[in-house]
Design a protein around this ligand. Structure first.
Ligand SMILES: Cc1cc2nc3c(=O)[nH]c(=O)nc-3n(C[C@H](O)[C@H](O)[C@H](O)COP(=O)(O)O)c2cc1C
Length: 248
């Protein structure tokens, strides 16, 4: 998969061939022009089908951690949320709860509270691998857990339901893929899940609409990437972990 040409590769080759085609046309080489334009048609087809389907969308998705403040179009946001809602769930329970936060004051308050609550904690042998970094950064101040994205989608489920992590993870992955397909950047954000038993955070989330029996199991920062072309980074990287054992 990692050797498959990506969108940039196609763009480069197509533009080179178009230059050649222009010269052939200008110099009246009709037969060669026909061959090159056939090749261009094939390449355009391949670009459309090999770089924009489901598998390339999965292979090129990567986390975005620098966002523009530009708001997300309503229709795009709706499509991302629908992708989350369409995710499979254990026994088809469909009981994920999506809190879509765009209100600047609320986002700022969440950042403030997350920093405040992590800063109160101490790093221990038990928590250092998972939240040691968050505690250290929070104690220093200026800890923006959601990377200034203009939108944070918090995904909750029933606190004691057996498939709570699996159902929310399916929804979050669906939303990350939809975001990539729609040229939006996204990043899984776990801090609210680490703080799911923190009374200060819980009280604020209840104010925002979380139901009493629910807890947060993940969230997603969403927005346009603060990159030169405004697109999420779509490089393909070879996967070195994730062992596969074929039996038969
Ligand atoms: C369960 C889970 C929790 C994660 N939590 C965070 C997080 O809190 N903050 C963050 O910046 N990235 C988080 N990530 C993103 C991973 O760091 C990222 O997906 C991984 O390093 C692979 O990089 P990529 O997404 O660019 O391919 C999380 C990802 C998963 C699946």
């Amino acid at each position: 998969m990692e050797n498959q040409p990506n969108a940039e590769w196609f763009e480069h080759v197509i533009s080179k061939l178009e230059d050649v085609d222009d010269v052939l046309l200008m110099e009246g080489h009709q037969k060669s022009h026909k061959k090159v334009s056939d090749a261009l048609e094939l390449l355009n087809w391949a670009e459309e089908n090999l770089t924009r389907g489901t598998l390339p969308c999965i292979a090129t998705r990567h986390s975005t951690r620098k966002f523009k403040q530009e708001p997300i179009e309503e229709e795009k946001l709706r499509q991302v949320i629908e992708a989350g809602r369409q995710a499979p769930s254990g026994k088809n329970k469909q009981q994920n709860h999506f809190l879509v936060v765009r209100d600047k004051a609320v986002l700022e308050r969440l950042v403030e509270l997350v920093q405040q609550e992590f800063a109160k904690m101490e790093i221990t042998d038990e928590n250092s691998e998972d939240i040691g970094g968050a505690i250290r950064l929070a104690k220093k101040g200026n800890y923006v857990f959601k990377y200034n994205a203009p939108c944070l989608i918090i995904v909750a489920n029933k606190r004691n339901y057996g498939n709570r992590y699996a159902d929310t993870a399916c929804a979050i992955e669906n939303m990350m893929l939809a975001a990539n397909a729609l040229d939006l950047g996204s990043c899984w954000i776990n801090q609210l899940r680490w703080l799911k038993d923190n009374p200060v955070i819980m009280e604020y989330l209840y104010e925002l609409g979380l139901h009493e029996e629910e807890a947060v199991f993940g969230s997603l920062s969403l927005g346009y990437a603060d990159s030169e072309d405004g697109l999420p980074n779509r490089r393909m990287v070879p996967i070195k972990g994730n062992e596969v054992t074929y039996i038969g």
